[in-house]
Structures are given as structure tokens and as C-alpha cells.
Design a binder for this molecule. Structure first.
Ligand code: NDP
Length: 404
């Protein structure tokens, strides 16, 4: 049984730590829920498979195994690997054998490089694979990352890094032991609008930063925790904050250039709505930075669509709206030096992220969005939930750990 293997390897990798995981997860989440189970899914709607398999572009290209053939892998990442100069798909891992065969044929992945979750650990003997990309529900990020490191592979892991800071620490430790790279797939760090916004804020284009607002919301259709993993606590954690609000949290940190020293937050879980039987509908957070700047972050699965990042300084306001999507960004500064910005094509963020990871592996260059950044964010998310649960302001150490 796949999950028995993964659980065992996780416990071996983390020792006694694993025993604390259930407690940590439930302490930050609204209700108890059943254990996470790996389960292959049908081919998502709207997937366009390549008519001819993509070709490897360079001799030193990094062979990557895609773990989880879901919507994000098939619609966004796998087609973009062809745009990344130094990466190619070397293997696939899936719990749905028919989909694995269909996708494997379309992408030209050899039949002996198609793995199930149960036989994933055999990748240790597969020299075609240098790295894996974990694109599974959050509950499985730590397990597959640690198993990939045990097999001697580098790891690119989707956001959020894991369900708890304890899991994140175990992932980082496993990467260090294996002497392999760990990158969290925070694609906005490679997207031209957000990169330009970071530069503008460093150069004080709106003066001294005073107020930041981020809003990441959409209204989810009818669903239940059994139908959709994003609404299942055991698979996703507390809900919109980990999934979508994490973009606003990230923006507040990389636009301010600061770590918050305190957090206060509120959560809302409506009664009688099957969508929110296990997770929160929305989370509202206030971060206070050492400079005195304040960020207000809102995220919801039950409010009209929004994807905004706004920084109000002493001399003007930077507005990115939409801020963190796959495409369609708009950015302007209002105030003393008003102007619009079109710094580049946002869709290049995918290939840029993949090449950054490949270059780090081949040239041993540092990773911009490493495990420590993922851990930092999960610590902040834990502090947000602690604040909301306990109805108090939580003070933070510079690494995001809660004080007291
Ligand atoms: P999907 O639900 O579309 O796909 C998840 C895949 O995981 C499934 O198709 C399945 O693959 C596998 N899986 C294994 N066990 C389960 C289970 N119990 N329930 C559901 N799926 C399971 O999710 P997404 O592709 O949208 O998200 C996957 C990851 O990517 C998440 O970490 C998410 O946060 C991240 N993501 C990141 C985005 C970004 O912009 N950076 C955008 C969207 C998602 P199979 O059938 O092959 O076994």
C-alpha cells in the first residue's frame, strides 16, 4: 500500500518527530479529519496533450520526474518544460495507470520511466532522473520530498511547502543529509511584474512604505471535502490561506523587504456549508513590521474574485491588480510619480523558475526560493492561526517563530 511505504520512510527520516505531526496539524486547523490517502484522479478537463513529444534541448539538461498528473502539472508546468532550456521530463509518477499511459505516450516518456506511488522509491536506480517536481496535494509534499532525497534526487516542491513547520524542518534536514537542492515553487519570484515591483520598492519608488494590502479571493462552487482535496483538512490544512492567501503573504514580505514582528488575525468558518465543514472560508491578517509599516492580508474561498497587491508609501501607491496569476498582470504607481509598467511577459515565469532550479543543480548556484523560505511562510501561517484561535496578537522572532 503506497501510503504505508511513504509513512514508514517519513518516520525513518524524521525519527520521533513524526509522532508530533498529527498534533501540530490539528492545532492549526478548525476540525479533526481523516488521514490523507494517495488516490489517482481522472485526466482533468481541458488538458491539451502535445501532438508530438517535446525534445531534449541540451546535453546538460536536467531530467525531472513529475509527481502527480493533476491540473497544475498538465495544464501549466508540463507544457512549459519545453520552454525551459535546461530541463526535460524524464519520468512520470501517478496513481492513475490509464492516465499515466496516455500522458506518458504524449510526452514521449519511456514506459520503464512511468512510476506508481507504490514503486516510486525505485527511482533511486534510475539515472535518467536527476530531480523531482512534487505537484501533489499538500499533505504529500513532505513525504515525497524526503523519499526523493533518500533516492539521491534534487527536489522542486509546490507551495505551500507542507502542512506544518515540523514537516518543513524534516524536509530541509533530509535535503542537507542527501546534499541535494530543495526549491519551493514560488513562481512570482521569476515573474517580470513582481520582480520589477520588488526593485521599485527597494528603490523607494513610493517613498517610505507605510501600508500594504493584499487580497486573494474567489468564490468556490458547491463541493465537499470528499470531492475536492482543497476543502479537505487532512490534505490541504486550514484552507484559502495556504492555497491562495500565501501569495499575498509572500507579496507583503518581498515588497516590504521586512519580516513582521507581530501578527493578529481572524478566521471565519460558516456553519452548515459543506464546503467549509473542515476548512476556513476566509482568513484576515494584520502584520506589523519593525519599520512601523502594516500589512493587511485577506483571503477567501467565498468572496468575489480578487488578486491584488497594493503598497502605499509616503509619496505614492504601487498597485498590481491582478498581481500573482499565470498571465494578465497590470501594474501602476499612483501619486507623485504616476506611471504604468509593462516589464515583460508574465508567462515566462514558468520557464524562468524551472531554469533557475536546473542552473542551481548544474552550476551549484544558490536557490532564491529555498526550503528556508517555505519554512518561514509555514511558521507565519501557524502564527496566523494561533493568533486567530487565541484571540491575541502573536509576537514573532526574525525567523518567523512565535515568541512566548
Ligand atoms: P489537482 O487536484 O488538479 O491534482 C492533484 C494530483 O495529485 C491528482 O491529479 C493526483 O494525480 C494526485 N493525487 C494523489 N492523491 C490525491 C488525492 N488524495 N486527492 C487528490 N489528488 C491526489 O491539484 P493541483 O494540480 O491544482 O495542485 C497540486 C499542487 O500544485 C498543490 O500543491 C497546489 O498548491 C499546487 N499548485 C500550485 C500552483 C501555482 O501557481 N504555483 C497552482 C495550482 C496548484 P494522479 O492522478 O496522477 O495520481
Amino acid at each position: 500500500m503506497p501510503h504505508t511505504i511513504s509513512r514508514r520512510s517519513f518516520i525513518e527520516a524524521t525519527g520521533a518527530l513524526a509522532a508530533t505531526l498529527t498534533t501540530t496539524a490539528s492545532a492549526t486547523s478548525p476540525v479533526q479529519s481523516t488521514a490523507a490517502q494517495l488516490k489517482g484522479q481522472p485526466l482533468p478537463g481541458g488538458v491539451r496533450l502535445p501532438a508530438t513529444p517535446p525534445r531534449r534541448k541540451r546535453d546538460d539538461s536536467v531530467g525531472i520526474a513529475i509527481i502527480g498528473l493533476g491540473g497544475y502539472a498538465l495544464n501549466q508546468i508540463m507544457p512549459r518544460i519545453d520552454h525551459a532550456e535546461r530541463m526535460h521530463i524524464a519520468a512520470l509518477v501517478s496513481g492513475n495507470p490509464a492516465k499515466l499511459a496516455q500522458v506518458g505516450d504524449a510526452y514521449g516518456v519511456p514506459t520503464d520511466a512511468r512510476y506508481s506511488y507504490a514503486d516510486f522509491d525505485r527511482i533511486v536506480a534510475d539515472d535518467r532522473i536527476q530531480a523531482v517536481y512534487v505537484i501533489l496535494p499538500t499533505a504529500f509534499h513532505a513525504d515525497f520530498t524526503i523519499r526523493a532525497f533518500a533516492a539521491g534526487k534534487h527536489v522542486l516542491c509546490e507551495k505551500p511547502m507542507a502542512l506544518s513547520s515540523t514537516e518543513c524542518e524534516a524536509m530541509i534536514a533530509a535535503g542537507r543529509r542527501a546534499n541535494r537542492k530543495l526549491m519551493i515553487a514560488y513562481r512570482c519570484h521569476f515573474e517580470p511584474y513582481n520582480v520589477e515591483a520588488m526593485r521599485l520598492m527597494r528603490e523607494k519608488a513610493v517613498g517610505t512604505i507605510r501600508l500594504i494590502r493584499t487580497d486573494q479571493s474567489y468564490r468556490a462552487g458547491p463541493t465537499t471535502p470528499a470531492q475536492n482535496w482543497r476543502f479537505n483538512r487532512a490534505l490541504a490544512g486550514g484552507g484559502p490561506l495556504e492555497d491562495y492567501g500565501i501569495y499575498g503573504l509572500q507579496s507583503a514580505l518581498y515588497l516590504s523587504g521586512e519580516m513582521p514582528e507581530s501578527i493578529s488575525a481572524a478566521t471565519f468558518q460558516p456553519k452548515g456549508d459543506p464546503r467549509f465543514a473542515e476548512i476556513f472560508a476566509h482568513v484576515a491578517t494584520q502584520l506589523t513590521f519593525p519599520s512601523g509599516a502594516v500589512a493587511q492580508l485577506a483571503t477567501s474561498y467565498d468572496a468575489a474574485g480578487a488578486n491584488l497587491a497594493q503598497v502605499r508609501g509616503t509619496d505614492g501607491t504601487l498597485i498590481i491588480d491582478p498581481a500573482t496569476g499565470y498571465a494578465g498582470h497590470r501594474m501602476r504607481i499612483e501619486g507623485r510619480d504616476a506611471r504604468d509598467f509593462t516589464p515583460g511577459d508574465p508567462t515566462t515565469q514558468f520557464a524562468a523558475q524551472l531554469n533557475h532550479f536546473a542552473n542551481a543543480i548544474r552550476d551549484d548556484t544558490p536557490i532564491l526560493t529555498g526550503g528556508e523560505m517555505g519554512l518561514r511562510d509555514i511558521r507565519l501561517i501557524e502564527a496566523i492561526y494561533a493568533s486567530a484561535r487565541e484571540g491575541r496578537t502573536v509576537k514573532l522572532a526574525p525567523d518567523g517563530r512565535m515568541r512566548g
